[in-house]
Write a protein that binds this ligand. Sequence first.
Ligand SMILES: Cc1ncc(COP(=O)(O)O)c(C=O)c1O
Length: 388
Amino acid sequence: MYDFDTPAPRAGSGALKWDLRGPAFGNENALPFWVADSDYMSPPEVVEAIRDAASRCVFGYTVPTEEYKNAVRKWVGERHGWDIEPDFIVPSTGIVSELANIVRCFTDPGDKILIQTPVYDPFASVVKTAGRTLVENRLRRDGDLRYTMDFEDLSRDLRSGVRMMILCSPHNPVGRVWTREEVTRVAELCAENGVLLVSDEIHWDLIMPGHVQFTAGNAGTSDNVIVLTAPSKTFNVAGLKCSNGIIPSASLRKRLEAWKEARHIECGNNLGQTACRAAYEYGAKWADEQNEYLWKNAAAVRGFLAENLPEVKAAPLEGTYLMWLDISASGAGSREVCASMNRAGAILNDGFRYGDDGFVRLNIACPRAQLEAGLPLLLSGYRGAAGK
Ligand SMILES: Cc1ncc(COP(=O)(O)O)c(C=O)c1O
């Protein structure tokens, strides 16, 4: 069994999540449950591979090796049932920056790009900062806080001249793992309407029991699909800046590669690719155990809320390690609730930034003891905001 209980020594290490507690929130002692990375250590196999690379004492320019591409290919095939060629892989140094490249490469100023809100906020900013037109397709929420796509609405929006759709799969922050039927329908609608489907699958390994990730790469319309994925969330290596586009269409791939080359955007970092290769070659068991651990963390949150704060309910967590909590019964907005939680000593993300002010987002990728220490702080912050 791997160890997820020992906290990683992160404070003072340049960790965004920990070291911005004071500057960004004015509470340097608060427990952080915001930025989406993990507070336990990366797999020992990954750490060992980096140590081994460091022992060569050279950190020169990098090209993705065959071994690296084969490790990605094997992972994609074995974990996600998608049989890809090594050539499909277009390495990058982060999904958000690659999204920004893709938006600029494949669309023109003013073009419509569709996202499904509430959603990870950089989706909107990469569209808007490029001067493209944002089309917001709202997800529907049922009484159990489970979100679904409104296909009638989506179909109408996609027919309105949209050039690109950015799918979040699994979905941050609502926690959905889209089913095969849902992903296939999205891909078909995009194909029918000449829309490029860009599927951000950064959370694709973080899947809770009873759910199966269905990659858009398997949805049968490979001419107009770009899948973006990374080892960063799964193996806690986001700071190593290594992500992978998987692009079956040679013409899309060449266009993106040429676009990046013309702008001198280079493809990688040696230690990031070293970590990625080790994670994908040796990390399957660790990833499985992490999912079990996260599932127990989610149960701890649900149990705590049921006992102490039943008016706050969590959306069903199907994937990711981000819980989406309905705080609307407080009568306060999410920014006010988060500010009060922050003063009480727990930093969460407000739902306002994702497009839903009645929710807050709680990152549960931490040792259980840290989560258990944070929940009473969250409770007291909620009560403060609700005036109860
Ligand atoms: C859906 C989604 N995409 C992208 C990212 C960030 O990816 P990167 O750090 O590779 O830019 C996140 C991080 O939380 C995310 O949740």
